[in-house]
Design a protein around this ligand. Structure first.
Ligand code: PEP
Ligand code: MG
Length: 325
């Protein structure tokens, strides 16, 4: 089976009925790019920039970050790089920036909340990204957006830095697309409004599931509540996708669910555009995708949310359905 997959490294991510989709890789540093490319990634859908900060003993300077983003996008040789701005918090400490201990770090001071509270650090990262965008296609997304005001504040800072840079580099950043992670339930519920103000969404199911089910993603005692196939959760994902599409906003997913073999036909049925996952899952996913018809996936999704009442029932329904593929 692996040998069969290897032939798909240069094949398009196309469905059986000819729809072009995107399968991309999640990376933690530019060292991960060769594996992403060798496994046939169409793009990098999530560059988690926190490692750049965590491995450093000081706040990475604008030039250090510029170099890292430039190297990354250049080694992608024309493929898009989606960079997520810093997503740290109580659970991911930085040596040079001690954060107060929190009882509930996942509900606390993290990600865009820190960036908006310490804008000079955020501005440095944005400037480095805007400059690096001269060397390839870089898109930027903000993590943990909860409200419209947070999104507007982040965008305001981004446009201010872009204007300043344009005094030295005219038109810099014109090709950058701006997006947000949808990983907080309120943002998912308000997707129809948020979609008007961004070019793309990327659904972060690791966090979205932990917040929807109120179950810490790292706590094994409650891991039974990690249920991506739960019917109301599937409906929420569908709502995000449909809301995005109403406003021409591309919808990607970069949480673990994007590489889940049972979720794949359901997500295709909902109309998800881009599937971003660990490099090792790409070829398996492409091989399945090329064998699935969108109309049939739509019927499967419809059955899942109308006939099933639990995640287990959806699991069995999809397993059974896949046997005939
Ligand atoms: C997610 O929350 O699904 C996600 C992709 O981000 P992270 O796992 O880095 O929180
Ligand atoms: Mg997340």
């Amino acid at each position: 089976e692996k040998l069969q997959w290897a032939k798909l490294v240069n094949s398009p991510s196309v469905t059986k009925d000819g729809q072009q989709l995107t399968i991309s890789a999640n990376i933690g540093s530019s060292n991960d790019i060769p594996a992403a490319v060798n496994n046939g990634a169409d793009e990098v859908g999530l560059f988690r920039t926190e490692f750049l900060y965590m491995k450093s003993e000081h706040l990475p300077t604008e030039d250090e970050q510029f170099q890292a983003y430039k190297d990354a996008v250049e080694s992608l040789a024309g493929k898009t790089l989606v960079v997520r701005t810093l997503d740290i918090g109580g659970d991911k400490p930085l040596t040079f920036m001690p954060l107060p201990h929190e009882l509930n770090p996942f509900l606390g001071y993290r990600a865009i909340r820190i960036s908006l509270d310490r804008p000079s650090m955020f501005r440095t990262q944005l400037r480095a990204l805007i400059r690096a965008s001269q060397f390839g296609q870089i898109n930027i997304m903000f993590p943990m957006i909860t409200t419209l005001e947070e999104l507007r504040s982040a965008k305001k800072i981004y446009y201010e830095e872009r204007e300043k840079l344009r005094q030295d580099y005219p038109h810099v950043g014109a090709n950058i697309k701006l997006g947000i992670m949808i990983e907080v339930p309120l943002a998912a519920l308000y997707a129809e409004r948020l979609a008007k103000e961004v070019d793309f969404f990327s659904i972060g199911t690791n966090d979205l599931i932990q917040y929807c089910f109120a179950a810490d993603r790292g706590n094994a005692s409650v891991s039974y509540l990690y249920q991506p196939l739960n019917p109301p959760f599937l409906k929420l994902i569908d709502h995000i996708i449909k809301s995005g599409h109403q406003h021409n906003t591309t919808v990607a997913m970069c949480g673990e669910m994007a590489g889940d073999r049972l979720a794949l036909p359901l997500l295709m049925g909902m109309g998800l555009d881009e599937y971003s996952m660990s490099a090792t899952s790409i070829l398996r996913t492409r091989s399945m995708m090329r064998n699935l018809d969108i109309n049939e996936c739509q019927k499967l999704y419809h059955d899942a949310v109308t006939k099933c009442e639990t995640a287990n029932q959806v699991h069995d329904l999809v397993e059974e359905w896949l046997k005939n593929k």
